[in-house]
Ligand binder design. Structure first.
Ligand code: NAD
Length: 254
């Protein structure tokens, strides 16, 4: 129904073939987009580079958002190679283990600031660098979770962090709408990924999700990718600022 033929997409957050970002990269590619893919550091590169090559990525570069200059270098490469950008996917999050596993009430100022910087403010920095390259409009996507809205056991400090991310989505959408730049959060139910393994008792979350969701199916990275690809299409250009649940209906149940 829709095509992303010739659209230029920067995908940040692929760690391995289970990553939500990888599900999105393959869906964007399948609809015709050209890809730039980043990896965290030299340790991650051997896992990510072969995937990027499979997807025919035209730009493959390191990006640790907490390292000065790396984000600018990625956007410089995008500008030099493509002269523009149409799609930005920010699919990253981080919280220090000790803070993540404790009560929200007890989390340290340093840990909270680091989690907010890597998981939220980095999205704003990316949008700011993408804006001048999105000359024909564009789509900026991040990835959130229902723990932003309701207290989900063991999700702990990532709840307030994702709440901030979702608010950033709304403000950025309001500020950039007149330029034809749309901003969204994808909000999948729990999925087995590396990041998820950092959450205590994650299996309980998976069991609860499939038991309570009306469809009784867990979200897959393909489900998330399909939504990302649609939101990135011209057909979705009048939708912005939304938090899109991809959770088998879990979030509508009491
Ligand atoms: P993942 O481990 O595959 O991806 C997390 C990514 O974050 C990795 O690629 C990692 O390199 C990157 N990252 C961490 N710190 C970084 C930094 N300083 N600079 C650059 N990149 C950094 O796990 P995932 O589940 O695919 O996570 C992607 C996003 O989806 C996260 O925002 C996560 O909170 C969100 N999410 C996950 C689930 C789930 O159940 N897995 C559900 C809802 C939302």
């Amino acid at each position: 129904m829709f095509s992303l033929e010739g659209r230029k997409a920067l995908v940040v957050g692929v760690a391995n073939e289970h990553s939500i970002a990888w599900g999105c990269a393959t869906a964007l590619k399948a609809q015709g987009a050209d890809l730039a893919i980043t990896y965290l550091n030299a340790k991650a590169e051997p896992f990510v580079r072969p995937l990027a090559e499979t997807a025919g990525a035209e730009i493959v570069l390191p990006l640790d958002v907490s390292r000065a200059g790396e984000m600018e270098a990625v956007f410089d490469a995008v500008r030099d190679r493509w002269g523009r950008l149409d799609i930005l996917l920010h699919s990253i999050a981080f919280a220090p283990r000790q803070d993540l596993h404790g009560r929200v009430v007890d989390c340290s100022a340093e840990g909270f600031a680091q989690a907010m910087d890597i998981s939220v403010h980095s999205f704003l920095r990316m949008i700011r660098l993408a804006e001048p390259l999105m000359t024909d409009g564009g789509t900026c996507l991040s990835v959130s979770f229902f723990g932003s809205e309701r207290v989900v056991r063991h999700y702990n400090m990532m709840g307030p962090v994702k709440a901030a991310l979702e608010s950033v989505v709304r403000y950025a959408a309001a500020e950039l709408g007149e330029k034809g730049i749309t901003v969204h959060a994808l909000s999948p139910g729990p999925l087995k990924t590396r990041a998820a393994s950092g959450i205590d008792h994650f299996d309980e979350l998976l069991d609860a999700a499939s038991a309570r969701a009306p469809t009784h199916h867990l979200a897959t990275i393909e489900d998330v990718g399909a939504m990302a690809a649609f939101l990135a299409s011209r057909e979705a250009r009048n939708q912005t600022g939304g938090i899109h649940a991809i959770d088998g209906g879990f979030s509508i149940t009491a």
